[in-house]
Ligand binder design. Structure first.
Ligand SMILES: Nc1nc2c(ncn2[C@@H]2O[C@H](COP(=O)(O)OP(=O)(O)OP(=O)(O)O)[C@@H](O)[C@H]2O)c(=O)[nH]1
Ligand SMILES: *[C@@H]1O[C@H](CO)[C@@H](O)[C@H](O)[C@H]1NC(C)=O
Ligand SMILES: *[C@@H]1O[C@H](CO)[C@@H](O)[C@H](O)[C@H]1NC(C)=O
Ligand SMILES: [Mg+2]
Length: 422
């Protein structure tokens, strides 16, 4: 009996020490594997550093960003102390209270990619009073001062000379045809406001330039320069990132109205150096056949106005106001659904010199459903872009884009001709 107990105890001891040795072995192997993985990763990251440090070290690029959760108080305290000289400019958002989450998303993106270094003001416009919640949250998100203004009813609401019955009929027929926002009344107020009234808001009187921002957009890359400064130094009055074709259904009589305007105000338009060809050229371009199906001489090309950086003094000029007032008098903002994008685009194409319009080709940007991403791999690294240049949403490489028409008829490719130093 005793022998059996001892034998059992020995057996158990052997079994346990076996398990113990095995577990030591497994643990050892685990640590060895981890060491191997870490070493590989380390090697990879060393490789990346070697490969890209020469790029990073060039003077072209800003110092590396600090992470926002850095614990280094000394470093943190210096982050906001050096503000580059600023232009007479503001970031501008027309927005509704319920769009607060999207507004914050856009702000976060633009602050992170650009404004954190400059602290430009933000101006918010609304046809209804902003809520306290909206004001608090956007002020907290901004690195610059924030201003909020209520749009006067005379600048926003449908004028009373619009024929009520005709308006309702047209609204119904556009919405029956499935035109996007075809049945919306407020969308029409918005488009007319953005065409003819945003720059007349008192709160903008104290600025020369505006940068339009919409809720739910994203800026993919660090801005390599201050676009306001670039515009002033190079005498640019209008800047865009995306250009595409408009739905003709929304602007059936817009071009006829523009032609009538041209007959009425020939002295306002100098055709010598403007971009008339950009908005009328319908030749095959690149490998793309024209996908345009226009019934007029307008090829439907326009700059996508949810992103625009503009000179307010141009819009405040008598020439622009004459252009807008003439269009407005025809009622097309309500009887059709003229968008501020084609209206701005036709205006700047007719009234500005080609070289007063700038395509910002280094600023990646997205507003559903389209985006743009710098083509250059080197630029994408340097500006820490988060975008896929080959993505199907990248409009620049699709036949929906008017960019090649701009290269052909407008001011060409900037990097080939402009002084880039801002
Ligand atoms: N205050 C106010 N802002 C508006 C109104 N309608 C549109 N906006 C703003 O005007 C801009 C354009 O409106 P959006 O609804 O973005 O129109 P869109 O860009 O053509 O289309 P989606 O972005 O696809 O909806 C945005 O900044 C909106 O926040 C409105 O009735 N009141
Ligand atoms: C900014 O621009 C506005 C509008 O042109 C002008 O009235 C104002 O004096 C300018 N401010 C500065 C500081 O230049
Ligand atoms: C048009 O551009 C050309 C070339 O830049 C210039 O010489 C000419 O003066 C410009 N004409 C007008 C009317 O601005
Ligand atoms: Mg939008």
């Amino acid at each position: 009996m005793k022998d059996i107990t001892i034998q059992l105890a020995i057996l158990l001891l052997i079994a346990f020490s076996g398990l113990f040795i095995q577990s030591i072995f497994i643990t050892g192997q685990h640590y060895y594997n981890r060491y191997k993985v870490e070493n590989t990763l380390l090697e990879g990251s060393r490789h990346a550093v070697e490969k890209y440090d020469s790029i990073r070290r060039r003077d072209l690029i800003k110092p590396l960003k600090l992470s926002t959760n850095t614990y280094d108080d000394e470093v943190l305290s210096t982050v906001n102390s050096i503000i580059p000289t600023r232009e007479n400019a503001t970031l501008l958002m027309l927005v509704r209270n319920f769009e607060l989450p999207g507004a914050l998303k856009s702000m976060r993106s633009l602050e992170d990619r650009f404004n954190r270094d400059y602290h430009y003001d933000w101006v918010f416009l609304n046809d209804l009073p902003f809520t306290q919640e909206f004001i608090e949250a956007t002020t907290a998100m901004a690195s610059g001062n924030t201003h909020y203004a209520l749009i006067p009813s005379k600048d926003w609401d449908r004028p009373d000379w619009i024929d009520e019955q005709l308006f309702e009929d047209r609204l119904e027929s556009l919405s029956d045809r499935g035109v996007i926002y075809g049945g919306s009344k407020s969308y029409r107020n918005m488009c007319r406001f953005n065409s003819g009234y945003f720059f007349r808001q008192k709160i903008l009187d104290s600025y020369d330039y505006y940068f339009r921002v919409e809720p739910d957009v994203e800026y993919f890359c660090d801005f390599p320069y201050d676009p306001f400064k670039l515009m002033r130094n190079n005498n640019k009055k209008y800047g865009f990132v995306i250009s595409l074709y408009e739905y003709e259904d929304t602007i059936t009589t817009l071009w006829d109205t523009v032609e009538e305007y041209l007959d009425n105000f020939p002295d306002d338009v100098d055709m010598t150096n403007n971009s008339y060809n950009f908005i009328t050229d319908i030749e095959m371009i690149g490998k793309f056949s024209p996908i345009i199906d226009s019934n007029t001489d307008y090829n439907l090309c326009h700059f996508w106005s949810n992103f625009e950086i503009g000179d307010l003094n141009f819009f405040r000029s008598d020439r622009y106001k004459r252009f807008f007032d003439f269009l407005d008098s025809k009622g097309g903002f309500y009887y059709e659904r003229w968008g501020d994008a084609p209206v701005h685009s036709i205006a700047v194409s007719l009234l500005l010199n080609r070289d007063e319009i700038i395509h910002f080709d280094e600023l990646g940007y997205s507003h559903a459903p389209f985006s743009t991403c710098p083509t250059s791999y080197y630029l994408r690294l340097q500006q820490r872009c988060q975008c896929d240049a080959q993505a199907t949403s990248n409009i620049d490489i699709s036949p929906n884009s008017c960019l090649m028409r701009w290269w052909k008829n407008g001011d060409g490719k900037r990097f080939l001709k402009e002084n880039q130093t801002a």
